[in-house]
Design a protein around this ligand. Sequence first.
Ligand SMILES: [Zn+2]
Length: 175
Amino acid sequence: MTLRPILIHPDPRLKSTADPVADVDKGVRALADDMLETMYDAPGIGLAAPQIGILHRMLVMDCVKDEMATPEPMVLINPRVLSSSEETNVYDEGCLSIPDQYAEVERPASVKVEWTDLDGKTVQQDFNGLWATCVQHEIDHLNGKLFIDYLKPLKRQMITRKMQKLKREIARGNA
Ligand SMILES: [Zn+2]
């Protein structure tokens, strides 16, 4: 397993539509391991492949926040939302590609999602609570969409400028 560097917004790869995964092979399983390790190390509750510069429709998540509880790592390949609830939920979202920035985003409170698992089997599951927010946030990444795209332009520009500054500092070796 290898820790992968996480891309920071703005980056063209974070604005791209990812391609479907054709085969769940050894390479895909190794990538899933790397993504989970990178997510837990960050730490974060979700990570999509484009965030490590790989434009494949694949994401990992684990929304168990209690450190004493058993982890529930999930790997979703080619996920798609089959249905969404009318009821919505507002959550203060953050993103590993937009460090230390949080903002309220309104999304459907529950969603039914279908995906391919690591055995190549098709799986369907209903998500609600934090899991619903997380899976929608991660699927957005596969479509080149970030949570700040839901915010008013002024707020989005403010966050983007902060991230540009952060990236300049990282490039200079000051962060
Ligand atoms: Zn994110």
